[in-house]
Write a protein of this length. Structure first.
Lengths: 459, 459
């Protein structure tokens, strides 16, 4: 029986008209994606199970889509595939502050989740810049990081359990309400960062905290990237624990200044946005004196209003950069690498040299507190030459990260974009077997390779 | 070629005399273990690799042993097996406070690791009561918890990367120095809690923190277990974040009193040891008033000396209980379950009813802050009847945990002891496929089933 008929007979909500499906083709990456056969909007895991077992029988590819904010192509749709959108799985199912969990469906947006939690006096710490649109399922599938990662870690540290539909339609539940368990292999973590290639996450138990620690936000301006890097390392090396540490180069700094209204001292090449916990005032004093040791041009202590404006500006930076595009067909390809804090000064220097050498308009910002550097490359998607240049740049960016004991992907995943770099990272560590193991795991969970094929690696 | 010859020819350090091997047969559980063929003490991963590829060829079982502190039989040796002891892999290889990692070999003891880190002003948060003897590799292999788990989480949240030798002798490296990465399937987490059945961990990158938050330790005495449970839940539900919350019943309380010299008010049935962060004094005041709402018999604020004595007493509780044994052949089987905080009051009540019904001398203590309850059952190992009773008790203890949305194993793993309970947990969640997935994963990593066979599950 034809799939469309099947959906109709089963009374499963779907779209199949070209115009209706267009919004489900691309994600936030530069990969075009292709028109699927249909976009299915299941109302629960049982419908997902019916669709998957049918697709598995008929060998139809399936792409799962949350907020579609992937920057590496993880959620870009595939020719002739079925796209499963989690749009309707948007309920918060259960919450217990005292038990420290919230149980949410995969399609719940991170900002909606935290809006709900804040009203109860709790917070889900992961805070990707895309939190307005990105979802519980999507951020788990890419092990998303964000602006609070340096203190609270990545998504993987906040998932207690998952509800997952496997390729053959089987429904499994991993973990659950309790904060710890030791019951054999960690089936929850296997799905974190798997980018929808091992199963479809339909709900999750997430760990929460009563509140974000109190902090003072300050800005420090530097004329040398190394100095900024040294400041962050010195803070951490001398026992301070920033709640957040974001950086921005000149292009991004100017945007933040424009949005927040905060002026930039002349000669500033690099901006550090630093959140220091103020449970102990002397900690804050200590932080200030450490920053002043690495000759900043200026340090600004922000009041509440400025503080919020700067945060908003930093969070909206990628969108704001998109408004800086001047050419027809221009797009921003966002690089995402991570290095140890001690390697940040040298890495930033080398990356700026790369930028000069490639002569591509590029802006740097990122979560410098955990060594995460984003390189935003302005590229004309219609120019074969520019695209090749950009891809070469991304590869060399990855080389810099590897040379400094880092990783080619910090928080955006692999998708289509970094399949070669993934292999390169394993080769660099002299551990090529890692990729074989991943492929063997894939074959267990998805023997017919119907789930998001061609993403992360090729079988 | 015979294995012993092989070790000699390769010049690999080993023991094969009965007397020499005895200390490597049993672990801290009640499972006797059997004499292995030899105990190998490799000096590095290359020797482990040589031994494993040889054992894999010849289908010889391999049991890896760290501190031998397992309470479920995970490290009990197997008839005719080769025991690989990590005793000589005891070096701290690298450390960077500013980068927030320490790189240690698998055989490093947790207390030695933290001794080193404290001298640098840093801490590795996981703090199992067995930290004097337990090792980096062993605590990773059981996802160990401990006394700081309620605030800092379990071991799985502190492992950045691993060096592992696979069953066929291949050496792989997962993760590494950086604090985040999103590069496909999480090969680090697969080995956490795997109890040496998927590979042999030879070193690990561990995440560290600059310091443990400042806190005030206090004791609260209750005559009803429900009240103690309510106190902890109320604290957490109203936004407090205890750094530690330990409980002890009458038997254990008396031991703590004896060791610490702190007197117990009459009528006390349950003791709560609570560590409240004092970054914000009002938090501490708030905690006190919440506890006083649930009618404690008394609340004691401890000074520094008392504070340390109580901690020492709590950490030594299991060993101290062992000294309470009065009968020949008597042993303590320690149950380990976890439930959500809101279910603790009811669970404690039901568990105390179990104890009455079974009429076995049993003492309760545990990490109540994360809902982890240990039931210590005094059992005569030589009495078939008592052993059957104890096993039945453990099973019903697991039932209580499951009925209250908890887990049959919080931090001690599965080993030999809980294979049935593991299946029961998956059935209870209506997710039996979990076990099939674990078995398929096992077959990828260890196709000949030589690594710690018969632990966690039977293939």
């Amino acid at each position: 029986m034809d799939l469309i008929e099947f959906f109709e007979r089963k009374n499963i909500n779907f779209l199949s008209k070209r115009e209706e499906m267009i919004p489900y083709v691309k994600d936030a990456s530069y990969f075009p994606g292709s028109l699927p056969r249909a976009v299915v909007l299941p109302k629960d895991e049982n419908e997902i199970s019916e669709v998957l077992s049918k697709c598995n029988e008929e060998n139809v590819k399936v792409v799962t889509r949350g907020g579609g904010t992937s920057l590496t192509g993880s959620s870009a749709s595939i020719q002739d595939s079925i796209v499963i959108s989690t749009l309707r799985l948007n309920k918060i199912l259960d919450f217990s502050g005292g038990d420290r969990y919230v149980h949410a469906q995969a399609g719940v947006r991170i900002d909606d989740l935290n809006g709900f939690l804040q009203s109860k006096g709790f917070v889900y710490p992961p805070d990707p810049a895309s939190s307005l649109a990105s979802t519980v399922g999507g951020t788990i599938s890419t092990n998303a990081g964000g602006l609070r990662g340096t203190y609270y870690g990545s998504t993987k540290e906040w998932v207690l359990g998952l509800g997952v539909v496997l390729a053959d339609g089987k429904i499994i539940k991993t973990g659950g309400k309790v904060l710890k368990r030791s019951i054999g292999y960690d089936l929850t973590s296997i799905f974190i960062g798997a980018e929808g290639t091992l199963g479809i996450i339909y709900d999750a138990y997430l760990k929460i905290v009563p509140k974000i620690e109190r902090f003072q936000r300050l800005l420090a301006f530097f004329n040398k990237p190394e100095d900024l890097g040294k400041a962050v390392f010195q803070l951490k090396d001398r026992g301070l624990n920033p709640l957040g540490a974001e950086f921005a180069d000149k292009i991004s700094m100017n945007i933040i200044s424009r949005i927040s209204g905060i002026s930039i001292p002349s000669g500033s090449e690099m901006l550090l946005i630093l959140d220091i916990p103020i449970q102990e005032v002397n900690e804050y004093e200590k932080a200030l004196s450490i920053i002043k040791e690495v000759n900043p041009i200026d340090v600004k202590i922000l009041n509440q209003t400025e503080s919020e404006l700067v945060y908003k500006a930093r969070k909206g930076l990628y969108s704001a950069l998109l408004n800086e595009r001047e050419r027809e067909g221009e797009f921003i390809i966002i690089g995402d690498v991570v290095v140890p804090s001690s390697e940040v000064p040298e890495s930033l220097k080398e990356i700026q040299e790369l930028i000069k050498r490639f002569g591509l308009k590029t802006s740097l910002f990122g979560h410098i507190g955990d060594g995460n550097i984003h390189a935003n490359i302005f590229t004309n998607l219609n120019s074969k030459e520019e695209m090749e240049k950009a891809e070469k740049f991304l590869e060399e960016l990855g080389d810099v990260a590897l040379a400094h004991h880092g990783s080619v992907s910090a928080e955006h995943g692999i998708g289509y974009e970094k399949k070669n770099l993934l292999m390169k990272e394993f080769m660099y560590k002299n551990s090529p077997t890692n990729l074989d193991l991943m492929k063997s795991i894939k074959r267990i969970f998805d023997p017919n390779n119907i789930l998001n094929p061609g993403k992360v690696f090729d079988l």
